[in-house]
Ligand binder design. Structure first.
Ligand SMILES: Cc1cc2nc3c(=O)[nH]c(=O)nc-3n(C[C@H](O)[C@H](O)[C@H](O)COP(=O)(O)OP(=O)(O)OC[C@H]3O[C@@H](n4cnc5c(N)ncnc54)[C@H](O)[C@@H]3O)c2cc1C
Length: 405
């Protein structure tokens, strides 16, 4: 049986980044991932400028840097944002491979094996994990970095209530043949959440992120197709960004060649994103004697936007710091202090963010005001960059609105 000091289940951003830092400091790390080669993790692949500033080496991964963003409100109001701080969009195969290779180069042993959560056993001096090929490995510490459906986290910290999962689905589709591939975020009419179009090097990732409790696949899929067809139409007419009705499409208009080609080429994907309630933020532990949870396995995603890559990387970094300082249990305080309070605040804000404000959706008001006000545009840009938290968002928006234009 191979013996490691730390066993990490899952080589997504969280697992690979933790493995890299621990291995670089001389820890003997076994990093397991059961994903089939060439199968991407379902994800928009957007990485905020806050993450790019914290870990500039991420820019070495093959991706696309985005410095302009088109936002649409639920009623179709359009805002073109020039971002002071660009963000990046990656194919998850490229991004995950880049991080995993860094872990391997730092000295981690990377094993293409799926770990059976049921067969994980805590022993007197650590853990024994068994993979699906019946190989056994032991280690002193066990890290669950196996994503939103983490079976290891369920075993270590208990299951999450089903309502505390968001749903995201979408399509990988070709880049527009003519015109610019714009980066778009459009808040949904009458639903919590938003649709996105994130152009990558060789395709566009389209998707919708929304809550699980009101999920109605047929209606949301139709909304997404309307959005996708509009996207290609906007690309064709260039930078004019006519005031398009993104959502209420005439069926006869959709029934055209482009729509059929798209139906034929688009590849569908779907997955869940954790969206913890304030109560769960308060009560669920992310570590205990000999174990810790990282990234999505711990529930670390923004309940308003579904953004999780930054928190996957940051939780890995905070755990590695605590572990290398000889105090792995200090991770609990450090993640809470670093980003826990902010994400808890986001979960309280979600209803209001997607709710009404003075008789219209808050997102509609926000985009309307931002169109006419440089200060509000700036705050919105900072929100997209990941630099504007939710704790003082309302105060900042109100303060900006009161300043002269
Ligand atoms: C549709 C969609 C769009 C999203 N868009 C964005 C976005 O644009 N920006 C953003 O920041 N976040 C986005 N997110 C969230 C983001 O994908 C996650 O927060 C992020 O991937 C979490 O990283 P992680 O390393 O914790 O988990 P993951 O990336 O899920 O990695 C977990 C790894 O564990 C492996 N694994 C699972 N079980 C086992 C097992 N038993 N044994 C071995 N290996 C196992 C999996 O194969 C996987 O490689 C999106 C999520 C979805 C679903």
């Amino acid at each position: 049986m191979d013996r490691f000091e730390v066993l990490i289940v899952g080589a997504g951003p969280a697992g690979s980044f933790a493995a890299e830092q621990l291995a670089r400091a001389g820890v003997r790390v076994g990093l397991f991932d059961g994903r089939l080669p060439g199968e991407p993790k379902a994800c928009g692949g957007g990485v905020t400028s806050k993450a790019l500033k914290a870990w500039p080496h991420l820019l070495e991964a093959v991706g696309r840097t985005i410095d302009e963003l088109d936002m649409y409100s639920p009623s179709g109001k359009h805002l073109h944002l020039k971002l002071d701080e660009p963000f990046a969009v990656y194919s998850r195969i490229a991004f995950d491979t880049f991080l995993r290779e860094r872990a391997r180069k730092a000295g981690a042993t990377v094993l293409a094996e799926k770990v059976s959560a049921r067969a994980c056993k805590q022993t007197g001096d650590g853990w024994i994990v068994r993979t699906q090929t019946d190989a056994e490995f032991s280690g002193k510490h066990l890290l669950a970095a196996d994503g939103a459906n983490s079976a290891i986290a369920k075993k270590l910290a208990g299951p999450l209530p089903p309502a505390e999962m968001e749903v995201a689905f979408g399509y990988r589709a070709p880049l527009p043949e003519v015109g610019d591939a714009a980066t778009v975020v459009a808040f949904l009419p009458n639903w919590v959440g938003y649709a996105w179009a994130f152009p990558r090097i060789d395709h566009v990732s389209f998707g919708i992120a929304t809550t699980q409790d009101a999920f109605d696949h047929e209606s949301l899929d139709k909304l997404l197709w309307d959005f996708m067809v509009s996207y290609y139409e906007v690309a064709q007419v260039g930078n004019l960004h006519p005031r398009m009705d993104l959502w209420k499409r005439d069926k006869s208009q959709i029934n055209n060649l482009r729509y059929h080609n798209l139906r034929y080429t688009a590849e569908r994907y779907a997955a869940r994103i954790p969206g913890l309630s304030p109560r769960t933020w308060d009560t669920r532990k992310a570590c205990g004697e000999g174990w810790a949870l990282l990234g999505d396995a711990a529930g670390f995603a923004d309940p308003v936007t579904g953004e999780g890559i930054y928190y996957a990387l940051r939780s890995a970094e905070l755990f590695a710091q605590a572990y290398l300082a000889g105090e792995p249990l200090a991770y609990e305080q450090s993640w809470r202090k670093d980003f826990g309070a902010e994400l808890r605040r986001a979960s309280q804000m979600r209803r209001r963010f997607y709710g009404n404000f003075w008789g219209a959706p808050f997102t509609d008001r926000m985009i309307k005001f931002a169109r006419g006000h440089r200060g509000i545009r700036k705050v919105l840009g900072q929100l997209v960059a990941g630099d504007q938290g939710y704790t003082d968002l309302k105060k900042k928006l109100a303060r900006s609105a009161l300043k002269p234009i």
